[in-house]
Design a binder for this molecule. Structure first.
Ligand SMILES: Cc1ncc(COP(=O)(O)O)c(C=O)c1O
Length: 363
């Protein structure tokens, strides 16, 4: 049996043909019309008024914060449990990262702890909708930030295709950010997108990502800016991937449901509450006994099955080394495990994986 990766991108002849045709057409590869088409496709899918694509989903977060005017002396609230790109994206702005614990229900930032962490220096809240799940109190985040003059930046890197009450995640706050890195639901190898309904923030982002230019190609510089541009070559792939997105969103839900059905009642496997009507889980995430997690990973690996432990609680990582306590983040970091989650997983592969997990639980 071939090794089943925990995650992998999925391209086929359609992307290959599209890239081939584009190169033969004499395109300049750098960003141009295909990039604008890709942005329009993301805006249409999510329902955003504006979309800017950039080089990746980390740079996008930094640009979002800079567009909101985040600068040295400010504080930015970030969940302690997230991919490290979220806090790291704050560093180039000169602002201070303030870690906030997450809630058990959704693994997203805890609303009450967020409120308690606000100081007169707080400028922005980065709400990460991890694995497509949004906190039930999302409307309260929006209201609180509005009432207190805080920017709400949604890191929706893992949430393309997920909604709350019909509204796409990434559109609740001032700016939402997506990633198209290799393991994401659709990929352009690397890439990120920012969505917003606010024309001023959109204009700021457009300048920041293009050397501060007044408009593309014009050498008149209104603000500081950098080269964070995309390429048409990526956009060509992205446009084909977008055509597959809705199917993948449904497939992710079906994969999650099949795992749940197959692993129902298995001792030592705990599920995170997931509303599959709204949520398209990017990864199959379960909580296991921390004392047996390494053994389960090894058991699966011996059967040609990849898995991966959750991210660590970030405040304790050497790069931040804060003497703080965020008990929920610490606990889920110890217990969490990602099982194979690629959209191309077959039902037969899921059944093999679940048999291996059941076997382990019985031993
Ligand atoms: C929550 C979150 N934020 C940001 C990023 C960074 O995205 P990129 O890898 O495109 O820089 C990721 C990537 O996995 C992510 O999961």
């Amino acid at each position: 049996m071939d090794f089943i990766n925990q995650m992998e991108p999925w391209f086929d002849e359609r992307e290959a043909d599209a890239v081939n045709a584009y190169l033969r057409s004499g395109g300049w590869v750098t960003e141009f019309r295909k990039t604008r088409e890709f942005e329009a496709a993301i805006a249409a899918f999510t329902g955003a008024k504006h979309c800017s694509v950039v080089s990746n989903g980390t740079v996008s977060l930094t640009l979002a914060l800079l567009a909101c005017g985040v600068c040295p002396g400010d504080e930015v609230l970030v969940p302690d449990y997230t991919m490290v790109a979220t806090p790291n994206s704050v560093q180039p702005t000169g602002a201070k990262v303030v870690f906030v614990d997450v809630e058990c229900g959704s693994l997203c930032m805890d609303f009450d702890r967020m409120v308690a962490a606000v100081t007169p220096r707080t400028k922005a809240v980065m709400l990460v909708t991890l694995n497509g799940r949004a906190p039930a109190r999302l409307p309260e985040f929006v209201r609180f930030c509005r009432e207190h003059g805080l920017f709400l930046v949604e890191d929706a890197a893992q949430s393309l295709g997920s909604r709350q009450n019909g509204r796409h995640l990434g559109l609740f706050g001032d700016i939402g950010s997506f990633s198209f890195s290799a393991p994401k639901v659709i990929s352009t190898g690397q890439g990120g997108a920012l969505v917003t309904d606010n024309p001023k923030l959109f204009a700021a982002i457009e300048k920041l990502r293009d050397f501060g230019r007044e408009k593309p190609g014009a050498d008149h510089y209104l603000t500081m800016g950098w080269n964070c541009k995309f390429t048409d070559l990526q956009a060509i792939i992205g446009l084909v991937q977008m055509e597959k997105l809705q199917w993948r969103v449904e497939r992710k839900k079906a994969i999650y449901a099949r795992y749940q059905e197959q692993l129902r009642g298995v001792p030592g496997i705990e599920w995170i509450p997931t509303n599959l009507k709204d949520t398209s889980p990017w990864f199959i995430d379960v909580l296991v006994d921390p004392a047996r997690r390494e053994a389960l990973i090894a058991h699966l690996k011996a059967r040609q099955i990849g898995s991966r432990p959750f991210y660590p609680a970030l405040h304790a990582e050497p790069v931040y080394a804060r003497k703080e306590s965020h008990p929920v983040a610490e606990e889920i970091a110890r217990r969490g495990l990602w099982l194979p989650s690629a959209s191309k997983l077959t039902d037969a592969q899921i059944d093999i994986i679940c048999t291996a997990v059941r076997e382990f639980a019985k031993a």
